[in-house]
Ligand binder design. Structure first.
Ligand code: SF4
Ligand code: SF4
Length: 400
């Protein structure tokens, strides 16, 4: 069966333009009443990631959340805003992000709640592949419907992040760090993301992507804001990601998020999608700067298994901390899933600075994602540069 995905042009965050684009996107899918009923509690599961203003493009833009909230209210349902960001799942931390991201104001303007239930509980997923039991936010259990409001960005670990990856925020706070440590390789990690989707099933009734502005380069937090000009919506998260991947120049079939979606039957192998609204080819951002995800393993058939870990580390990008610039806030130290970061004395500074032990580092890039000052950069080693240069060249040739 073909999955309907609507793709609507939206050039800026002017509220009227966003309202029009979001409404059109949902109307093309049959209208808001197709997804919710009067009186239902609807979780608007946004991307909060970290404390940033909307202009940084790390979080779902408040104009998009407002547009969706208004439609939910018009349908007589009860929307509320929720996510577990990259740090601790506590009132102090999450409320500071609601405020900085502009979502607290949206909630005030429309008299809706930002989630204040900071409890979670363990659930079982019988159709899981890797995570049969995992904790999820109570707020996502105690609602009737979930609208998954993601932001389209590059992601140094998974290649890109959108609808499928956004549900990782269903996992409470620092448990996400443990999960990164447990499911270290990209394939296992993405399978875990699909376990979350399998658990919620059709409760995630609608996925709406804020791709008006996204992020290119070293996302999801330290890349550069990039205008994409689109709102994407659909009830199938993988299908929405296929459209998102296409417009940021990724070949969806070669991205692990889609590959594993096919393996897990979240979408068929022909990627049968009925794109409504704009044509994908008219929306492609040709100069979008993508990243190569962490599991680029062209050596897999040539290097003995026991050496693959070492070779993989040489061939993947690594996080780099400039100690002169590090402010010693310890965020990376507290969130590294394998304790590869220590705080050390540096020159005459009274502040301890973060230092990475590359032998332990598993290249999950959580430190880069969460450093509030953008100090953790991603660097490519010589071997990585040589191999990636070749791969980029052949990709370009194929397109030409
Ligand atoms: S140092 Fe950074 S990239 Fe390496 S394992 Fe720790 S958090 Fe992940
Ligand atoms: S998060 Fe950034 S500023 Fe804070 S200790 Fe780590 S590198 Fe330094």
């Amino acid at each position: 069966m073909k999955n309907d995905v609507s793709l609507i042009k939206c050039n800026d965050y002017n509220q009227e333009n966003v309202d029009r684009a979001v409404e059109q996107a949902i109307n093309l899918l049959g209208g808001i009443n197709n997804f919710i009923k009067k009186g239902q509690r609807v979780a608007l599961k946004v991307n909060l990631l970290m404390k940033n203003t909307p202009e940084k493009c790390t979080t779902t833009h408040p104009a998009v959340v407002e547009a969706v909230a208004k439609l939910v209210l018009q349908a007589g349902a009860i929307p509320f805003i929720v996510d577990s960001a990259g740090g601790p799942f506590t009132a102090g931390y999450i409320n500071s992000i609601y405020k900085a991201s502009g979502l607290e104001q949206v909630a005030k303007n429309f008299n809706i709640e930002t989630n204040q239930d900071f409890e979670s509980h363990e659930v079982e997923c019988k159709t899981a592949k890797v995570g049969f039991k995992f904790p999820i936010l109570n707020a996502l259990e105690n609602c009737d419907v979930i609208f998954n409001l993601s932001k389209l960005k590059t992601h140094s670990f998974t290649g890109f992040t959108n609808a499928v990856k956004n549900m990782f925020g269903a996992i409470p706070g620092l448990t996400k760090v443990e999960i990164h440590g447990k499911y270290r390789d990209l394939n296992t990690f993405i399978n875990f993301l699909y376990d979350i989707h399998a658990y919620f099933g059709s409760k995630i009734a609608l996925n709406i992507t804020d791709a008006v502005w996204g992020m290119e380069g070293f996302g999801p937090s330290n890349g550069d804001p990039k205008k994409i000009g689109a709102i994407i919506a659909g009830s199938n998260a993988t299908a929405v990601d296929v459209v998102g991947a296409n417009i940021i120049t990724l070949n969806p079939i070669k991205t692990q998020i889609i590959e594993i979606g096919i393996e897990r039957n979240f979408i068929d192998k022909d990627l049968s999608i009925n794109v409504l609204g704009e044509k994908i080819e008219n929306m492609i951002v040709k100069d979008f700067k993508t990243v190569v995800p962490n599991n680029f393993k062209p050596y897999a058939n040539y290097v003995p298994k026991f050496l693959q870990n070492t070779v993989h580390k040489l061939m993947t990008k690594r996080p780099y901390i400039n100690k002169n610039k590090c402010r010693g806030c310890k965020k990376c130290f507290e969130h590294c899933p394998v304790k590869a970061i220590s705080m050390v004395k540096h020159k005459n500074s009274p502040t301890l600075k973060a230092q990475i032990d590359y032998a332990k580092c598993i290249r999950c890039y959580c430190c880069q994602e969460l450093c509030p000052f953008g100090i953790v950069k991603i660097k490519s080693g010589l071997i990585y540069k040589l191999v990636h240069h070749k791969e980029t060249k052949s990709k370009k040739l194929k397109r030409d």
